[in-house]
Design a protein around this ligand. Structure first.
Ligand code: PLP
Length: 526
């Protein structure tokens, strides 16, 4: 399996090379030349395998087979078909290092039924957000890739964060030999808990800066630094190379495919669905990485019908899905689901590329170089840069017919948290509440009652103030008091990483603007 750029340059990379590079030279994102088929072992389970059925109607046996499937097994099978240049031993090493006791739940990703939904709880890792699912394994993949490619330079990981990626990347890369990690977060755009998580990060290779600007400003500046020849040269002189821990890195995207497959198997195990039965997936969306992973799972053969893309008031994706026009010329809103306060959703480029090239007059990779699709995507991205918008072709629009877009505002988000808690005794964070409400609206409008997995992307404790006020608690002085208040009321365990946060030493106080970011890179590495 080779990787190519969404913007059509002819160079093919191995997955190890693509993971090290992070972003392609022509500024495109790396995509697999084809989306692989579901590995047989998993397909057999998903679709009801003959061998399972040959246990007769003994559902007890089926149950045992299902029960015995661990998250690590699913992750390994999925990684094997995408990262074919890694050996099985290498991938096992990565998977075993990542999905261990760092996670506070033994099953790694529990699936919990509440209200009309099945919540895929992705937030039980070290930093209490779904970003841990990929960022606990990325350092293993990257360092293994460096060994494979005999990379002699050190890697400087530049990361723009809307709040959760930053901490998860810092935690993943802290003191990893051969790497330095620099994180930029929007000073006004993250919760108090999120900010404190980042500025207290230990590790001699960690660097954190508050940016005067929003996430889009930080992400745009980071992408610019990546592709700036002078920056790359300066870095090379001091023995470094850039890579990315954002979801533009394919090494972050692919591990996310695994949990949709795992979630489906959990639904089977719980008896919520029959083998092969179609489900829907709902994802609270920002940079479009998480929902793209669900799309990859669907394309591999996971029985998924609709992909419900939920947004907050920054509803650029809702508008895009409904009209085919992506228009970023609009006001940016700061909401209480800050990880979705994004107007330039990077990973959408990958979906557009897949759809543009899908039914091109050639087979993936073999008989043509996909330069037509690459040209088409380059033109769209240029238009986004220069005019602030683009409109996709009818073919791409048709290709998106299983995507449903919807959004809810802050009031509805808070109301949803309150209602879910009072009616079902289940506590949602603000992002997950956006997802749930959009899903509920979709269900009401269409009458579609298929079982639906809802990506539950953060612990409610990360957005303690909104969550506390939504379940009727009174105002407190700061974010940490809200954490205690929620705990007193609900009894839900506070994630370990958040327990002692208030008393941790603040280690990072750096500030930057999009303009001064290049200097901060060089200074951090000196
Ligand atoms: C990052 C994040 C999202 C958005 O995920 P994307 O992959 O960027 O679409 C949603 N919720 C939370 C809590 C997040 O941290």
């Amino acid at each position: 399996m080779k990787y190519l750029s969404t913007r059509g340059s002819k160079e093919l990379k191995t997955s190890a090379q693509a993971i090290i590079k992070g972003i392609a030279e022509d500024k495109g994102l790396f995509v697999p030349e084809s989306i692989p088929k579901m590995p047989e072992k998993l397909a057999e389970i998903i679709n009801g395998d003959k061998k399972l059925n040959s246990f007769g109607n003994n559902s007890f046996q089926n149950q045992r087979v299902l029960d015995s499937i661990k998250y690590k097994d699913v992750a390994l099978e999925v990684l094997k078909v995408f990262f074919t240049d890694f050996t099985e031993e290498e991938l096992s090493y990565c998977v075993n290092g990542a999905y261990d006791e760092k996670f506070e739940k033994e099953e790694i990703v529990p699936v919990v039924k509440a209200g009309h939904g099945y919540f895929l709880e992705l937030y039980h890792g070290k930093t209490a957000a779904f970003k841990d699912m990929a960022l606990s394994i990325l350092p293993y993949l990257l360092t293994t890739a460096m060994k494979k490619e005999k990379e002699d330079k050190k890697i400087c990981i530049l990361t723009a964060t809307s709040g959760d990626t930053g901490k998860a990347a810092l935690a993943g890369f802290a003191d990893v030999p051969g790497t330095e990690i620099i994180v930029y977060y929007p000073e006004q755009g993250v919760s108090q808990v999120q900010e404190r998580q980042m500025v207290t990060q230990e590790g001699s290779n960690t660097h954190v800066f508050a940016i005067d600007g929003n996430f889009d400003d930080a992400q745009t500046a980071v992408k610019k630094i990546f592709s700036d020849p002078k920056m790359n040269k300066d870095l090379e002189e001091i023995g470094f190379k850039f890579s990315s821990a954002n979801s533009i890195n394919i090494g972050r995207l692919v591990p996310q495919v695994a949990y949709y497959v795992f979630g489906y198997i959990k639904l089977l195990e719980q008896g919520a669905i029959k083998p092969g039965e179609k489900i829907n997936v709902t994802v609270p969306t920002g940079n479009f990485g998480n929902i793209l992973a669900a799309y990859y799972a669907k394309e591999m053969g996971l029985p998924v019908d609709k992909l419900i893309c939920a947004s907050n008031e920054n509803k650029i994706l809702t508008d895009f899905i409904n009209t085919g026009t992506y228009d970023r010329r609009r006001d940016f809103h700061l909401t209480n689901s800050p990880s979705m306060d994004i107007l330039i959703s990077s990973n959408l480029e990958r979906l557009l590329y897949h759809l543009a090239s899908e039914k091109a007059n050639c087979d993936w990779g073999k008989n043509c170089n996909h330069s037509d699709a690459g040209k088409e995507i380059s033109a769209l991205m240029k238009s986004l840069d220069e005019e602030g918008k683009y409109t996709v072709s009818e073919k791409i629009k048709q290709g998106m017919k299983d995507f449903i877009g919807g959004y809810v505002d802050v009031n509805k988000t808070n109301e949803t948290i309150g209602k879910m808690y009072s009616e079902h005794n289940y506590l949602l964070d603000t992002h997950t509440a956006v997802g749930y409400k959009v899903y509920e609206n979709y269900g009401k409008e269409t009458g579609d009652t298929k079982p639906t997995l809802i990506a539950s992307t953060a612990s409610p404790y990360k957005f303690a103030e909104s969550v506390a006020l939504s379940i009727g608690l009174s105002e407190e002085a700061n974010g940490f008091d809200y954490v205690r208040a929620i705990h007193n009321k609900t009894g839900i365990a506070i994630p370990k990483g958040l327990q002692d946060l208030e008393n941790k030493k603040i280690l990072h106080t750096g500030k930057a603007t999009p303009k001064t970011m290049p200097e901060t890179v060089i200074n951090s590495l000196k």
